[in-house]
Design a protein around this ligand. Structure first.
Ligand code: ITT
Length: 186
C-alpha cells in the first residue's frame, strides 16, 4: 500500500520506510498540517489528529506517528511534552533535571495512527523500556536517542545502526503491529 507519512521529521520517515518497504509498502513524507492537541496521552493526540485528517483528506492512506520519552523518576516527564522539552531544554537539560539520581529507568512510547482510504482509523502502539545515561552518547538517530539505553544493551539508541534500533524500539514494535495489520487487510 502507498502510505503518506504526515510528519515534519525526516528521521521518522527513514525508520518507517526501513520497516514498511521490505513488507511491500511505500512511504512518502507528506507536509500536511494537523493540530497536535494538548492531551495527557499520545493516543489522544493521535486520535484527534486522525479525526482532523479524515475531514480534509478522505480517500487517502495516511499515517501519523506520535512518540515520547517517559522518565519514571520525573513522573513520566517529558512524555507528551517531549517535543517542547526537546526544543527548550534539550536532551542535556533533561539529564540535568535527573541529576545524579540512581533511579534512571524510562520508557519510550510510540503511537502510529493509520487513516485508510475508506475512512477507517486504527492505532498501533509500541514501547521500549530502558534507562537514561549520565551523558550524551552517539551521533546516530535523532531526538533523545543519545540519552537512552534500551534494556538488555549497553549502547544508546544513537549508537545503534537503524536496523538494530528498529528491532527493539518503541517505533519498531508499533511498526511490527502495523505491518501485521496491513498484511491481514491485504
Ligand atoms: P512530528 O510530530 O512532525 O511527526 P516530532 O519530531 O515533533 O515530529 P514527536 O512529537 O513524535 O515528533 O516527538 C516528540 C519528541 O520526541 C521530539 O523531540 C522527537 O525528536 C523525540 N522522539 C520521537 N521519537 C524518537 C525516537 O525514536 N528517538 C529519540 N527521540 C525521539
Amino acid at each position: 500500500m502507498e502510505l503518506g507519512l504526515v510528519t515534519s521529521n525526516a528521521d521518522k520517515v527513514r525508520e518507517l520506510a526501513a520497516a514498511l518497504e521490505p513488507a511491500g509498502h511505500t512511504v512518502a513524507q507528506r507536509a500536511l498540517e494537523y493540530p497536535e492537541v494538548q492531551a495527557t496521552t499520545l493516543a489522544e493526540v493521535v486520535e484527534f489528529g486522525l479525526e482532523r485528517l479524515a475531514q480534509r483528506h478522505a480517500g487517502e492512506a495516511l499515517l501519523i506517528d506520535d512518540a515520547g520519552l517517559f522518565i519514571d523518576a520525573l513522573g513520566g516527564f517529558p512524555g507528551v511534552y517531549s517535543r517542547y522539552a526537546y526544543d527548550t531544554i534539550g536532551p542535556a537539560g533533561v539529564l540535568a533535571l535527573l541529576g545524579d539520581g540512581a533511579e534512571r529507568s524510562a520508557e519510550f512510547r510510540c503511537v502510529l495512527g493509520l487513516l485508510l482510504p475508506d475512512g477507517g482509523r486504527q492505532q498501533f502502539r509500541g514501547s521500549c523500556r530502558g534507562r537514561i545515561t549520565r551523558a550524551l552518547r552517539g551521533d546516530g538517530g535523532f531526538g533523545y536517542d543519545p540519552v537512552f539505553v534500551p534494556a538488555g544493551d549497553e549502547r544508546t539508541f544513537a549508537e545503534l545502526p537503524l536496523a538494530e534500533k528498529n528491532a527493539v524500539s518503541h517505533r519498531g514494535r508499533a511498526l511490527a503491529a502495523l505491518v501485521a495489520y496491513l498484511g491481514d487487510s491485504g
